[in-house]
Design a protein around this ligand. Sequence first.
Ligand code: PGA
Length: 229
Amino acid sequence: MLVAGNWKMFKGPSETAAFLDAFEPPTEVEVVVCPPFTSLAAAVGRGIPVYAQNVHWASEGAFTGEVSAPMLLELGVQGAIVGHSERRQYFGETDETVGMRTEHALEAGLRVIACVGESEHERERGETQDVLRRQVGVLNAHENLVVAYEPVWAIGTGKTATPEIAQEAHAFIKSLLDVPVLYGGSVKPENAEPLLAQGHVDGALVGGASLEVESFTAICETATRRFRS
Ligand code: PGA
């Protein structure tokens, strides 16, 4: 069971340090935080694994604005999110670049949370499985790879996939690739229990609710209870 907090473009170094000083991670489930690049150094060494929100496919080179796996590793960062829907939607991320980023990061020794998920339009048109097949198709199973199923219509919208929708999508992803699958999309303390109770849900990728110590702690506690039961 893994609970990852995706802080997106929130929390500079001092807010990052204050959050992690106040946050007590549970011992039985794995919890990681993914702060913005400029807060990674402030986050490392505070008792919880730190992941970046993106990573490039080359170790170095003329790629303005990008950060490489060796640079993250040198800082003490243990993993990275790759292919988040906001990267796909606003920054031109494609299945091909997601595949390249993931492969290189894993080879370099980072752990990777690779994100997949259909849009509302794609779901309405019955294309969910086609989209997932295409997005998962660029990934290869690896012991340090997990996939996050994040239906785009559920991210930051307050609309959560029903536990049944999550379970079905996760089962489908696992039929394509044998890796743990996290659920992401408006996970809150109020809805975490039934989602994490699904047999194919191996954890959560939490955005908004990971920004407050109280709500993130509550979700981590729910994960711990599910893990024990
Ligand atoms: P949300 O974000 O929990 O705020 O919906 C999840 C994510 O984008 O990873």
